[in-house]
Structure formats: structure tokens, C-alpha cells
Design a protein around this ligand. Structure first.
Ligand code: AKB
Length: 320
């Protein structure tokens, strides 16, 4: 990887991945692109920024040429809950956007990272120890775009030799850019509520188990799968990766170890519950561990300590 283009750089994962790659490769080698103009902050100050709409293939092709890009991290997406409100937009960005990226990658010989998700599974998938290769019949438009994306990446790899790789991310917990419109967002929002108001209204029911991961591990997964020795990869694309699985009660109890007067109540959101009930309780990520050494660092205890420490500091400094 010498020159990288990131789509969706302004998003939850994109903003942190861009900065990590810039710190490794040098700012000028990592181009941050987003549909919305980036005009300030760390992304703006540490390297090139561009406005790019992934549904506009010419725009993407122009950027790849301009910066002599050899690797594209394609993170632009519409998340699961928003995708149910705007299914046409979710398809357009999720599938047509990825198609454009893969076509540009084929023409200009780039590697591609594509983040699939636990959303690529559905109610007929085995939801405990969900295998790497299994039934995928999602019931959300987000899931439909992710399964289509996995298949498109496999097709471009086999047919056109595009080095398309990726993982199936669980819910990502972070303290930088907030997630926007996902089913797993509660696992981020709860920390801000615990620190700021000591009260949280949870949109998922008790007992709703989902896979989760702390951002530093998500960044590590995205970079390591792209740097893995291709000879050792049997799958290449859509690797199950996870670090922890919990339901809202377990997370609530963990946060109360640090903030004992924190209170949570439940007001389940029917759209999010329908989606969450169709997603795995816990994935089996042994293929990622065996094929490219996936090994997360943060469990529930370590992630919770770090999240509270960082968010408390931001709160005390008046930043949130
Ligand atoms: C969502 O909830 O939509 C995402 C995901 C798990 O892919 N965070």
C-alpha cells in the first residue's frame, strides 16, 4: 500500500482509519474523501481531502488517477436503521457505489477493502457461533447490500483478479466520530449518556445479544487483512471478526461498575429490534484467526474502562 483512497472518511470508521493510515504511511499518501466537504479538524490538517460521491464513477476514477492510488478503502455506506427508512438510497450507495469502486479498481489496478457486516446474515442463519460460510438471507436492505457486496468482491477477484478483501464487522464502539443510523449504535450512545446525564433509554430489548468490537481492533482488522499474505488466504473477503458479545443488560452492568448511579430504561425500537433479532448472537471468527492471525486486544472490561476514561475527559473539557 503506497497511495490510499478512503471513501466515507468523515464517518465513524473512516475518520479513525484515515488518521491511523496517515500516521503509518505519511499524510500525503492517504486521501480522505467524503460526500460532505471536510473543511476542518484532524482529517483536513493531516493530508489531502476531496469531495467524492461514490455513485459517480467518473469522480472516483479521477481521484484514483490524480493521486496514483493503488488501494481503496471503501467505507461509504448507509447503515442498517437508516437503510430501512431509505432503502433506495441504501441500495444506490451500497451496491452501485461498490460496483463503481470495483470497476475503477479493475481499470486502474487497485486493491479494494470492503467492510461487510453482521448485517449480511438473517434469521435463517445459525445465530450462535455463526460459521464463516453459512446461510445468508438478510431481512434488511442494508443486509441485502452487504451480501451483494460480498458476492461482487468475490466475482471481481475471481474474474478480473482485483485484490478485493474484507471483513464482516460487528457493531463498532468508539469515542471519536459518532455512528449514524445503525442498529448497534446504542452501544456507543450508552457511554455518552452514562457520563453526561447518567440516564439512557435503550432501543434494544434486554437479552438482545450482538457481536461488538472496539475501534482500535476494527482498525487493526481492516489494515491486517489488506496486508495479509495472499497465499495464506482461503477466503480473501468477508471474514467474520468479533471481539465480544453482549446484550444491553451486560453492558449496563459493566458501565455501572464505574458509574454506580447510572440508570437505564428500555423503549425498544421495532425497526431496530427486527434487525437485531435477525443478526448473530455471536460469530465464529476462527477463519480470520487461522488465515491472517486475527487477534483482538479489547474485551468488554478493557473497552469499557477506556471508553469511560476518554469520554469523561472530553466531558470535563467541555467538548461534548
Ligand atoms: C449497523 O448497526 O448498521 C452497523 C453494522 C453492525 O453493520 N453498525
Amino acid at each position: 500500500m503506497k497511495n490510499i483512497l478512503i471513501t466515507g472518511s468523515g464517518g465513524q470508521i473512516g475518520s479513525e482509519l484515515t488518521l491511523e493510515l496517515r500516521s503509518r504511511l505519511g499524510g500525503s499518501h492517504v486521501v480522505a474523501s467524503d460526500k460532505r466537504e471536510i473543511t476542518e479538524g484532524a482529517l483536513f490538517e493531516t493530508g489531502p481531502v476531496e469531495v467524492a460521491d461514490v455513485t459517480n464513477a467518473k469522480e472516483i476514477a479521477g481521484l484514483v488517477k490524480k493521486y496514483n492510488i493503488d488501494t481503496i478503502y471503501h467505507l461509504a455506506a448507509v447503515l442498517s436503521a437508516v437503510g430501512e427508512a431509505k432503502p433506495q438510497l441504501a441500495w444506490d450507495i451500497g451496491v452501485n457505489g461498490l460496483y463503481n469502486i470495483l470497476e475503477v479498481a479493475r481499470e486502474q489496478k487497485c486493491a479494494v477493502f470492503f467492510p461487510s457486516s453482521i448485517g449480511a446474515f438473517g434469521p435463517s442463519t445459525p445465530l450462535d457461533n455463526t460459521p464463516q460460510d453459512t446461510i445468508q438471507r438478510p431481512v434488511s436492505m442494508y443486509g441485502v447490500t452487504k451480501v451483494s457486496g460480498e458476492m461482487l468482491c468475490d466475482y471481481y477477484a475471481q474474474r478480473f483478479d482485483v485484490d478485493a478483501r474484507g471483513v464482516r464487522f460487528p457493531g463498532i464502539i468508539s469515542n471519536g466520530t459518532l455512528p449514524g443510523g445503525g442498529t448497534t449504535d446504542y452501544a456507543v450512545e450508552i457511554f455518552y449518556a452514562a457520563v453526561k446525564t447518567k440516564h439512557f433509554v435503550c432501543p434494544l430489548e434486554a437479552g438482545t445479544f450482538l457481536d461488538m468490537m472496539y475501534m482500535p481492533d476494527a482498525i487493526k482488522a481492516a489494515i491486517n487483512v489488506m496486508e495479509a499474505d495472499p497465499k495464506k488466504l482461503k477466503h480473501r473477503n468477508a471474514f467474520n471478526v468479533t471481539s465480544m458479545s453482549f446484550d444491553p443488560e451486560i453492558l449496563y452492568a459493566e458501565i455501572r461498575k464505574h458509574i454506580p448511579d447510572f440508570k437505564m430504561e428500555y423503549q425498544p425500537d421495532p425497526v431496530k429490534m427486527r434487525i437485531a433479532n435477525s443478526w448473530p448472537n455471536k460469530m465464529d471468527d476462527s477463519c480470520a484467526r487461522e488465515e491472517w492471525g486475527w487477534n483482538p486486544e479489547f474485551d468488554l472490561d478493557k473497552m469499557t474502562r477506556d471508553m469511560i476514561q476518554v469520554i469523561r475527559k472530553k466531558f470535563e473539557m467541555g467538548l461534548i
